[in-house]
Design a protein around this ligand. Structure first.
Ligand code: FAD
Ligand code: DLZ
Ligand code: SF4
Length: 520
């Protein structure tokens, strides 16, 4: 504890850009210095997509300006400040010295790695460090742990019902409106080739964002991704416009086409609000109340609004709880013993598999792919091909504008790869090419034939699907939800099975491992 009587230093991290942040709530401007730090360590611990770095640095600069406008003193360390040390810990130490700060107050970080760093400050900094809960979620972590305690199965659906009761969203007394908790059955519309989802409103980069684009293009030139079409909200005002456009233009069809994929639309009817939510530019509960109001006003159907609210107060909150429940083990989890290195086309996009090349392309151009592209194309391929979970997780953490480990890792290791042994999902999301053919327009113009199972022209997903089941029979053969596919596999005659496995292996042999320096 220091005997200096200077101000309290309040570091605000790049995903804590909310005016109601707990670390500011009991502070007064005359006794507080806010510290914001652009540090190279955060951009390079995995080599983030250039547009993601632009988003975070520009949003930090906009937020600092807003804080100053309402009277806070903000000490802002820019990336190109010659004295910048490049790390949170060293910048906080420098900040304490600069201001003679008597203590540090910080909202708990969203990632385990950064929490461990902050806990070490208690020893290293020589001043009091107070860490406060992050109140920007619907479910406080202690409540999630209490919900999880003693349950054998931690299924999202039951957690979600608790969140509906807690928030009162789409509730009539203690019953769900419409008599059902979940309208997912109505949300499986396939892509119709002539579907034309509305274009997103253009958020033209202002001078502050343009300056950051210049800086990032120069400092992180070798990182993956393009900044050319940068269109992410970087302030609460931008995020409000983006939310309004979603609620009025895309929410009504969000549900029906939630699982659909079209080569001509990178966004479909999705919200593209995850970066703004994860940075703190939008409040998740308020957004859900506005979605509910669209249904109440008769402007959006129940299946769309319930589907959207389920993603936000169900999946998003549940994923966060699971991250803190399962860390640090989750980062090493590999229940299916997957050993194959990440193939190079995950970075280059150069593959004849059209579904995958489309997903890598939108990822490179937009730092975005929608949920089904992430889960059923990229994730499904990684699962079936047995890619190493830590390499897949590094890739997902690096390339998406919304990727922070708390939300990326449970989705990758748990939902997509089943690397957590089924803690999060009761069965792997494994699918053959037929699923992609049904839900997208990718297969028509693909070099591979989706109806063919074996041989050089066959869709690789088909043989890989059986290869996955066969090689994991010891671990998954007893899963009741896979009983039907395993029965089909065992019924197949021996020659056909051998031909299928050989075809999968011939394909796997063609994969060229990526240069690891893409990610780290
Ligand atoms: P929409 O489809 O419009 O959904 C609305 C909102 O619901 C999203 O903005 C998001 O906040 C929330 N949401 C939906 N599904 C999930 C989910 N599974 N987990 C958490 N929140 C959810 N989401 C991230 O925010 N960051 C990630 O790093 C991330 N990595 C993922 C990796 C994989 C392998 C998978 C399968 C999913 C991942 N997701 C991640 C979840 C989901 O794909 C994205 O939240 C979504 O695609 C964001 O786009 P959107 O705003 O258009 O979402
Ligand atoms: C992702 C990221 C990047 C690229 N850069 C910064 C930065 O310069 N300064 C900052 O405060 N935050 C950055 N972030 C987000 C942090 O990684 C994120 O806030 C922590 O990981 C949360 O625990
Ligand atoms: Fe993807 Fe197979 Fe369809 Fe090609 S045929 S787009 S590889 S699912």
């Amino acid at each position: 504890m220091s005997d200096i009587s200077g101000p309290v230093l309040v570091p605000i991290l790049g995903d804590q850009l909310s005016h109601g942040l707990s670390s500011l709530a009991d502070r007064a401007p005359d006794d507080t210095v806010v510290l914001m730090m652009e540090v190279s360590d955060e951009a390079t611990h995995v080599r983030h997509h250039k547009a993601k770095i632009v988003l975070i640095l520009s949003a930090m600069r906009h937020f600092a300006a807003e804080l100053r406008a309402v009277g806070w003193t903000v000490d802002y360390v820019a990336l190109d400040d010659p004295a910048n040390t490049g790390s949170f810990s060293d910048e906080v130490a420098r900040g304490i010295a600069r201001h003679g700060a008597r203590g540090v107050q910080i909202t708990e970080p969203s990632e385990w790695r950064v929490r461990a760093m902050i806990e070490s400050w208690r020893e290293s900094l020589g001043v009091r460090v107070r860490m406060l809960p992050d109140t920007r979620f619907v479910c406080p972590l202690p409540d999630f742990f209490a919900w999880a305690a003693g349950r054998r199965e931690l299924r999202m659906e039951y957690f979600y019902r608790e969140m509906r009761r807690r928030t009162g969203l789409l509730m009539a007394g203690d019953k769900p409106v419409g008599g059902r908790w979940n309208f997912d059955a109505e949300n499986r519309g396939a892509a119709e080739p002539d579907l034309r989802p509305p274009k997103l409103p253009r958020i033209a980069p202002d001078p502050m964002t343009q300056a950051v684009i210049g800086l990032v293009e120069q400092r992180f030139a070798g990182h993956f991704g393009s900044t050319a079409g940068f269109n992410w909200p970087v302030s609460a005002d931008d995020a409000e416009r983006a939310a309004q456009a979603f609620l009025t233009e895309r929410l009504p069809l969000f549900g029906r086409y939630q699982d659909a994929m079209l080569a001509g639309s990178d966004t479909m009817f999705h919200a593209l609000l995850s970066p703004a939510l994860n940075l703190g530019l939008l409040d998740p509960l308020e957004l859900c109340r506005r979605a509910e109001a669209e249904w109440q006003a008769g402007r959006a159907p129940i299946e769309a609004v319930e589907g959207f609210i389920r993603q936000v107060i169900g999946w998003r909150e549940y994923i966060r709880g699971m991250y803190w429940l399962e860390m640090p083990g989750l980062a090493q989890a590999n229940a299916l013993d997957a050993k194959r290195p990440l193939p190079d086309f995950w970075w280059t996009g150069e593959t004849k598999m059209r579904c995958l090349s489309q997903c890598v392309r939108t990822t490179r151009d937009n730092a975005y792919a929608h949920h089904i592209q992430r889960l059923m194309v990229l994730g499904n391929f990684a699962l079936l091909a047995g890619l190493r979970p830590n390499e897949v997780a590094d890739w997902f953490l690096a390339v998406y504008a919304d990727a922070f480990e708390w939300v990326e890792l449970p989705n990758v290791a748990g939902m997509a790869l089943h690397a957590d042994g089924g803690r999060l999902a009761s069965k792997p999301y494994a699918a053959s090419g037929a699923y992609i053919a049904r839900m997208s327009d990718y297969c028509g113009a693909c070099a591979y034939k989706v109806k063919q199972r074996t041989g050089p022209e066959a869709c690789p997903f088909n043989a890989l699907y059986w290869h996955f089941l066969d090689r994991n029979e010891g671990k998954l053969g007893g899963n009741m939800r896979l009983a039907q596919p395993y029965a089909n596999w065992r019924r197949m005659d021996a020659d056909k099975r051998a031909e299928t496995l050989a075809s999968a292996e011939a394909f796997l042999d063609t994969l060229v491992p990526a240069d690891p320096s893409w990610a780290r």
